[in-house]
Write a protein of this length. Structure first.
Lengths: 91, 295
């Protein structure tokens, strides 16, 4: 399973477009979980601290920072593919 | 492949208004919205100079502008101009139109100084509404002297940041209403100063001025202007001025027959939401007139 987590805030104009891109790219992918985490929530704030996030949107793939800002679709696709290959290697 | 009367590239205030007017003129139109490049107006947390709205956020206003329009969220990768048709290719599809309106807007200008790229996302930001919350109670720098810099500074001060505006000139370019508001809120000013470096260990810790003076801060919000998004249009042969903005006439017509441009991407003396929207309306009218004349 590939876990993609979008760290976002309510006021961020770039966060929803980033979320749309992630959802579109992963729409047909099996074994991909997409989570949206608002940093205003206690859990979100803790996550921001844990990863040293100071900018949104930040996209984590399998608990590692993969993108800061709105990702390019092609780059996101490559990153997801790479994460899948890594998962297969370790399983 | 679908054949439209007009394809509008960009869905900011110029593109959306062009779409609205094309719809009302009964034209078969399509707006292509690049999701990787949200309109600059969405960065505005409070807009107080758009008629009929006392106060509204850029995101909310754009949402209203885009309501019920024919918009496809796809990034355009190529614009090909043929004599009687324009072929627009996105990452997934290809469409044809008799005319095109380029409304690709502008993106933030980078300062190109030491530390800017290194600390991006670690204290360097171009979006106050995105990243301001990470710096509540901390000293932050807003770099710039225009409306967007002052609006960002006001937003940051209001959410609890301790803001200093740095501007290379002694005079700010921003509207007096914004300057007065910033002063009233207790925002500090460092005018006639130029930043040469952003420095720190893992995160931003200070800025260094060109005279080597240093000021401690946790973040630098860079709002020093815009650069037009014109690569596609230029590649297709659309003429720009020495700063890269598309040259248009009073009808938003470019140097290429059937290619129009509107909003921040053009040589306009004022880059505001209201002027971009007006450009979009004029471009739609020009397309309508152009197509009528050729019937």
């Amino acid at each position: 399973m590939i876990k993609i987590e979008i760290l976002k805030t309510k006021n961020c104009p770039h966060c929803d477009p980033a979320t749309e891109i992630v959802k579109r790219v992963t729409k047909k992918s099996k074994g991909v979980e997409v989570i949206e985490t608002y940093l205003e929530s206690p859990g979100g704030a803790a996550k921001a601290l844990m990863f040293g996030v100071e900018s949104v949107p930040t996209i984590l793939i399998n608990e590692k920072i993969a993108f800061v800002g709105v990702p390019e679709e092609a780059k996101l696709e490559r990153a997801i593919k790479k994460a899948g290959e890594k998962n297969e290697e370790t399983s | 492949m679908t054949d439209f009367d007009v394809i509008i590239i960009g869905a900011g205030p110029a593109g959306a208004t062009a779409g609205l007017f094309c719809k009302r003129f009964g034209l078969d139109y399509l707006i292509l919205d690049n999701p990787e490049q949200p309109s600059q107006m969405t960065l505005a947390t409070e807009i107080e100079n758009y008629p009929a709205f006392e106060r509204i956020s850029g995101t909310e206003l754009l949402k209203k502008m885009k309501n019920k329009l024919n918009i496809k969220e796809e990034k355009v990768v190529n614009l090909e101009i043929k004599k009687d048709k324009k072929i627009v290719t996105t990452e997934r599809t290809q469409d044809e139109a008799k005319t095109v309106i380029v409304a690709t807007g502008a993106s933030h200008r980078k300062a190109g100084i030491k530390g800017e790229a290194e600390f991006l996302g670690k204290g360097v930001s171009y979006c106050a509404s995105c990243d301001g919350m990470f710096f509540k109670g901390k000293d932050v720098i807003v770099w710039g002297g225009g409306d967007s810099a002052l609006s960002s500074a006001i937003y940051l001060q209001n959410i609890g940041c301790k803001v200093t505006i740095v501007h290379r000139r002694q005079q700010l370019r921003a509207a007096k209403a914004l300057v007065d508001k910033a002063k009233k809120l207790g925002i500090k000013f460092a005018l006639g100063r130029t930043i040469k470096q952003i420095s720190g260990k893992k995160l931003v810790e200070r800025i260094i001025f060109d005279n080597n003076e240093q000021t401690k801060c946790s973040a630098v919000f860079i709002c020093i202007g815009e650069v037009p998004v014109v690569e596609l249009a230029k590649k297709a042969g659309v003429q720009t001025d020495e700063n890269g903005f598309i040259i248009v006439d009073a009808y938003q017509q470019t140097n290429i027959d059937g290619v129009f441009a509107a909003g921040d991407v053009t040589i306009t003396p004022l880059r505001q939401i209201i002027t971009a929207a007006a450009d979009g309306a004029k471009a739609a009218f020009a397309v309508y007139r152009y197509l009528e004349e050729r019937k």
